[in-house]
Design a protein around this ligand. Structure first.
Ligand SMILES: [Zn+2]
Ligand SMILES: [Zn+2]
Length: 106
């Protein structure tokens, strides 16, 4: 039996596998195959980074899609680069709020 395709592992990880038969098959394979199980623990390396626009939306609480939210949060866990950018974005948003409160919006 072959390994599970990266694409299917990703779908499984994100909870996008709805078919019960497929779910069971993947679940069974993961139990038997540490290699594939490991793949579900970490984000795939070829995942695209989170865009500035999406980071901003995330910090403003505008990302309401659960799948998207989960994908972004998972990416932060796996990607120090984006986690760092997220912190920066959070700071910018905070600064913006402070300026709004202080009425200092030149
Ligand atoms: Zn496998
Ligand atoms: Zn990233």
């Amino acid at each position: 039996m072959g390994h599970i395709a990266v694409h299917d592992l990703e779908r499984y990880r994100l909870g996008l596998v709805m078919d019960e038969g497929e779910l069971a098959k993947i679940g069974e394979h993961l139990l038997a195959c540490p290699e594939c199980a490991e793949c579900t623990q970490k984000a795939p390396t070829q995942t695209e980074h989170i865009g500035d626009h999406d980071l901003e939306r995330y910090h403003l609480g505008m990302v309401v899609d659960e799948g998207e939210l989960a994908a972004i949060e998972e990416h932060f866990l796996a990607c120090p680069e984006c986690a760092g950018r997220a912190e920066e974005a959070a700071r910018c948003v905070d600064e913006m709020r402070v300026r709004l409160v202080l009425g200092d919006f030149a």
